[in-house]
Design a protein around this ligand. Structure first.
Ligand code: IPE
Ligand code: MG
Length: 229
């Protein structure tokens, strides 16, 4: 979800106004995802690198997140959406952790739709945390490094029980992944759009899905092999 700052700047507004409008785009996108049958959506809401922004902006983002979680909990329950956090949870402010725990507990029983919030997330941090945990498990004798493969690595990733993404959408015209789900997105289709996140709506979401539907996913195989299977 990129482009909140530029959206605000174009209008001579403070950056936080862009983030506020970005939160509206989140609500629209959640509705669009549910309406189009997308079961799982992961939003990159705050990266490990975002702590380096000015303190006032970080505080404002955490405030917005707190309010978003409080406001949206009844909506998540009503629409049977499970909330899930992906990231280094324990470094988040205490009040955010409490809200997340509350929302996760209140929606844990829902199985059809999942909203995963990537918060204090970074793929490199995730891999390092996984390596540490695997090293410990190896020492404890519960993991045999010789049998380790991607499927046995999965439980150690922040995304543990979530499937890998099929489609990654990045807004605002930037064409990079910026440390987002680098392992999980190994075979994801990537969709870049110049739309700034606060302007993102159902029509843009549907355009991304239509583009996705036109792609051929070969996973290293040839097009002929796919025809034959
Ligand atoms: C994305 O918008 C929101 C967060 C990273 C929290 P930006 O704040 O990165 O917007 P630009 O890139 O400055 O336009
Ligand atoms: Mg940005």
């Amino acid at each position: 979800m990129d482009g909140n700052g530029r959206w605000a700047k174009e209008r001579g507004l403070p950056r936080i106004e862009g983030h506020r409008r970005g939160a509206e785009a989140v609500k629209r996108t959640l509705k669009a995802a549910q309406a189009t049958g997308v079961e799982i959506i992961t939003l990159f809401a705050f990266s490990v690198e975002n702590w380096n922004r000015p303190k006032a902006e970080v505080d404002a983002l955490m405030g917005l997140l707190d309010r978003f979680l409080a406001d949206q909990l009844p909506e998540l329950i009503k629409r049977k959406i499970r909330l899930r956090t992906v990231g280094r949870y324990k470094e988040l402010p205490e009040h955010i952790q409490n809200r997340l725990r509350q929302s996760e507990a209140a929606t844990a029983q829902f199985t059809e739709h999942t909203l995963a919030l990537a918060l204090n997330y970074g793929a490199r941090t995730e891999v390092i945390d996984a390596i540490k945990a695997i090293a410990q498990a190896t020492q404890a004798g519960t993991v045999d490094p010789d049998t380790l493969d991607y499927d046995s690595l999965r439980p150690y990733l922040y995304t543990n029980d979530l499937p890998d993404p099929d489609l990654v959408i990045r807004t605002s015209g930037e064409a990079r992944l910026s440390n987002f789900l680098l392992l999980q997105a190994a075979y994801a289709e990537i969709y870049f759009t110049s739309v700034l996140w606060p302007d993102f709506d159902e029509s843009h979401f549907k355009a991304a899905l239509a583009d996705y539907a036109s792609r051929e996913r070969r996973y290293g195989k040839t097009a002929d092999q796919l025809q034959d299977s």
